[in-house]
Design a protein around this ligand. Sequence first.
Ligand SMILES: Nc1ncnc2c1ncn2[C@@H]1O[C@H](COP(=O)(O)OP(=O)(O)OP(=O)(O)O)[C@@H](O)[C@H]1O
Ligand SMILES: [Mg+2]
Length: 268
Amino acid sequence: MTDAVSATLPSPSGDSSRQPILEARNLVKTFGKVVGLDGVSLALYPGEVLAIIGDNGAGKSTLIKCLTGAEVPDQGELLLEGRPVSFKRPQDARQAGIETVYQNLAVSPALDVAANLFLGREERRKGILGSVFRVVDTKGMRQKARAELAELGISTLQDVTVPVENLSGGQRQAVAVARAAAFGSKVVVLDEPTAALGVRESKQVLELVKNLRTRGIPVILISHNMPHVFEVADRIHIQRLGKCATTITPQSHTMTEAVAIMTGAQTA
Ligand SMILES: Nc1ncnc2c1ncn2[C@@H]1O[C@H](COP(=O)(O)OP(=O)(O)OP(=O)(O)O)[C@@H](O)[C@H]1O
Ligand SMILES: [Mg+2]
């Protein structure tokens, strides 16, 4: 299937009139002579988990970077809720409601869980203490942090006053995902969230992804782990040599077929 055909696939519900929350049309990104993205289109619909898979160098990270303001595409269009947007920096995408958890995790180890959740968005105390003396509302932020973690079903983080450096890898990942989900975000993008995690911790993160979907926040998930992808994804975008080879679902294809398309052993 060509990229043009996959771009016109109906939405997951079969209702082709449903508007994507985030849409990319024909993105091109070159690095000198290297073509990172060669006309890639993608649509993320409300309430879905869209996985992006592909071999090393297929353009997954470049695609994500173009969606999240970390790279500016040479050509192509980006639409958020049907409106054209252009992100020059990651902050632009973040302000528009696209939260990204990069593989190297943007958490601050020395700060506690609550402080990490509010990093860069600290809430001030009411009245003159906050407005003039800029005193942060630690108690209020901790209360909100507890409520947010409970709502996301993160039960392994009982104490929001623990420094993040004392947490396990899975718990840290949970903090990063919770942070991304906590602030009225429209889209959450996760780059290899289970790559460094054990079986139990991976399971927690996958549960979290499902919880985000339940809360109506669509997720883009990059992963090399086929069982994880097939467990949580509603649709799977397969990147190959800078293009979208095709978009499949866990129902339409087996893991073996997905890998075959990814490596070029099978054409889509
Ligand atoms: N900043 C850059 N400068 C030069 N070339 C780049 C740059 N970023 C990416 N590329 C090239 O673009 C292509 C796509 O790279 P990208 O990082 O998107 O692949 P990927 O699918 O994320 O691979 P991996 O699975 O190894 O992370 C590769 O050929 C890569 O070498
Ligand atoms: Mg990559």
